[in-house]
Each structure stands twice: as C-alpha cells, then as structure tokens.
Design a protein around this ligand. Structure first.
Ligand code: CA
Length: 222
C-alpha cells in the first residue's frame, strides 16, 4: 500500500485528508509538528509527504531542507494558505515537488498525488490513470478529456466535475454530493455553482451526456 505522511497541525484538514486518501486506497500517517514529521519521514516507509508550511516546531520549509539533507527522497507536495511567490520559489529550491494553496479541492490534490507517484507505478496501475466510459476518455496525468475522438479544453473545475461523474457512472448525484466531491469545503452555502458548471460541460459535450434527474440531481448517461 502506498503510504502518505500528512504533516499538518489543523485537525479539520488532517481528518479531511485522511478520510479522502484512505477512501482512495492509501495508508496515511498524520504528524502535527516537525519533530513527529522527521521521525516518521526518516523511518523509510513513506512514499509521499503532504507538508503544511505553518506547523509547530520547525517551519515546514526548514523541515523539508533538513529531510532532503538526510536523504529523504519521497515526493513532497506543499499545502499552504500562504499564496506567496517567494515561499513557492524557496519550496522548490529546498526540494518540494509541487505546491497547493489552501483551500483546495480534494480531487485536484489526488490528481497531483497520482502524478507524483506515477514513476513508481507498475504499467497496470499506470493504465488506471485513464478513465474510459463510452465516448469519454479522461487522462488523469495530462488532465485532458477526449470526447468522440476530439480533445476538449476544460478548466480545472470542469475537469474535476467530469471526473467525478465518470467515477459514478449512471448514478444520480445530488447537488450537495457534487459540492462535497468537487468543491470540497471551497464553496458558498446555497451556491448554484453545480448548475453553472454542468451548463459549461453541456456546452462542450452536448445536452445528452449529463442528464437532469428532476428533484434529485444529475446523472452521467453514456
Ligand atoms: Ca498550519
């Protein structure tokens, strides 16, 4: 099993990440401060690390520098509320592989985790980085959708929405389920974004691919 170390001091975010990652087949270990993170990272079983920069003890960037200096080679994705270019530059300089600014959607983080892990995947697992359903082929690595043989340009949110539908074929998904799965905690209550984005996808895919189920939600019909 792929083992992900979650270095994060906010309990709410740690539990959100653990729940999602375990549901996606990963094992997880949380660390809420830099000392615990170092101990777990250096025990040799970690395949990927998610790293919050603002943690008790050593700052996340300093921690990463120490770990890289001690031979820690697993991919590292930085998670931070700081939307600061200098932090990103420093993060890459000290050995981060990717960077996500909070708040983020779980599905997008999952896609990035898969990209970072892909070099160590077998070919069978690599094939699972493509989702195919009827005329829809979704490449999770390049984040491109092919529909009826044509590549379509999708925004990040449209991509995650169609991915979510493709992972639940022929299932009716309510607006609330779609908000939870696609927007995570990053939406306004009472928001109509789901309807808006289904509208965007219909403009690209035609009206038949995503059906409205009156009073219940939406269903992918392919
Ligand atoms: Ca923090």
């Amino acid at each position: 099993m792929t083992h992900i170390l979650i270095v994060e001091d906010e309990v709410r975010i740690t539990s959100f990440l653990e729940k999602g990652l375990q549901a996606s087949g990963f094992t997880t270990t949380p660390a809420s401060n830099s000392d615990d993170a170092v101990a777990i990272a250096l025990d040799g079983s970690v395949d990927l690390m998610l790293l919050d920069l603002g943690i008790p003890g050593q700052d996340g960037l300093a921690l990463l520098e120490v770990l890289r200096g001690q031979g820690f080679q697993a991919p590292v994705i930085i998670l931070t509320a700081r939307d600061d270019v200098q932090d990103k530059v420093t993060g890459f300089e000290v050995g981060a592989d990717d960077y996500m600014t909070k708040p983020f959607r779980f599905e997008e983080l999952l896609a990035r985790i898969r990209v970072r892990l892909r070099t160590s995947l077998s070919s069978g697992e690599a094939a699972s980085l493509t989702l195919t359903l009827g005329d829809l082929v979704l490449d999770l690595r390049t984040r491109r959708l092919m529909f009826e043989g044509q590549f379509l340009e999708l925004s990040a949110r449209e991509f995650t929405l169609i991915e979510t539908f493709m992972r639940h074929p022929n299932q009716v998904l309510s607006r609330q389920q779609l908000l939870d799965l696609v927007w995570g905690y990053d939406y306004e209550p009472g928001s109509n974004v789901v309807d808006v984005y289904v509208g965007y996808l219909r403009k690209k895919l035609g009206n038949k691919v995503i059906q409205t189920v009156r009073g219940m939600g939406y269903r992918l019909a392919v």
